[in-house]
Design a binder for this molecule. Structure first.
Ligand SMILES: Cc1cc2nc3c(=O)[nH]c(=O)nc-3n(C[C@H](O)[C@H](O)[C@H](O)COP(=O)(O)OP(=O)(O)OC[C@H]3O[C@@H](n4cnc5c(N)ncnc54)[C@H](O)[C@@H]3O)c2cc1C
Length: 166
C-alpha cells in the first residue's frame, strides 16, 4: 500500500492542530503529519459559512496545560486580555451560568492563524480546501481519508501508516 503520511489529522480546527502539535512534539518531529481542513488557507478557524462562532473565552488552566505539555505558549495577540471569570447566557438571556477562575479572552481570528503558523513550524503539513467525506478502510482498519478538493472539484485521497484523528 502506498503510504502518504504517518499520521493524518482530519479537521484542522483547534483540537486538530493541538493534536498535530502534540504528535510532532512527542515524536521529536520524526513522524510525517498531515492536517486536512475544508477551510481555505486564508480563513483558518472558520467554523461555518456565518463565521467564527465562539464566545472567545478560555481558562488559564487549559492554556497552562498545553504550554506545559507541548511547549507551545499562547501570548498576545491571540490572547487579548485576562479575565477573572465569564458568564454564559442562554439565547433568551433568561439563564446565566457563571464560570469562575482565571482565564483569557481570545482573538478567535488571530488564534487559528497563529496556531497554523506554529503547527507548520513544528513540521506539520497542511492541505486546505479539502472537504473530507469519509474514511478509507482495509478490513476493519482505517487506512486513510477521502473527499473532494473544493477548488479543483477533483477527488482527494490520502493514506496513512498509523492513525487518523478526527
Ligand atoms: C456558539 C459557541 C460558543 C463557544 N464559546 C466557547 C468559549 O467561549 N470558549 C471555549 O473554550 N469554547 C467555546 N466554544 C467551543 C469551541 O468553539 C470548541 O470547543 C472548539 O472550537 C472545538 O474545536 P474543534 O477543533 O474540535 O472543532 P472546530 O473548531 O469546529 O474545528 C473543526 C475543523 O474541522 C473542519 N472540518 C469540519 N468538517 C470537515 C470536513 N468534512 N472536511 C474537512 N474539514 C472539516 C472545520 O473547517 C474546522 O476547521 C463555543 C462553541 C460555540 C458553537
Amino acid at each position: 500500500m502506498n503510504i502518504d503520511y504517518d499520521v493524518i489529522v482530519a479537521g484542522g480546527g483547534l483540537t486538530g492542530t493541538v493534536a498535530a502539535q502534540a504528535i510532532a512534539y512527542y515524536s521529536n518531529q520524526n513522524l510525517s503529519i498531515l492536517s486536512i481542513d475544508r477551510n481555505p488557507e486564508t480563513l483558518p478557524g472558520r467554523k461555518s459559512n456565518p463565521g467564527w462562532t465562539c464566545g472567545d473565552a478560555c481558562s488559564k488552566e487549559a492554556v497552562d496545560f498545553m504550554t506545559e505539555r507541548i511547549k507551545v505558549p499562547w501570548t498576545s495577540p491571540e490572547i487579548e486580555h485576562d479575565v477573572k471569570g465569564v458568564m454564559a447566557f442562554s439565547p433568551d438571556k433568561e439563564t446565566a451560568i457563571p464560570f469562575d477562575g482565571d482565564g483569557y479572552m481570545l482573538n478567535r481570528q488571530k488564534l487559528p492563524e497563529i496556531q497554523n503558523a506554529r503547527t507548520k513550524k513544528m513540521g506539520v503539513n497542511f492541505d486546505f480546501d479539502i472537504n473530507l467525506m469519509g474514511l478509507i478502510y482495509d478490513g476493519p482498519q482505517v487506512i486513510g481519508v477521502q473527499g473532494i478538493n473544493n477548488k479543483t472539484k477533483q477527488p482527494y485521497k490520502k493514506t496513512q501508516a498509523h492513525y487518523v484523528f478526527r
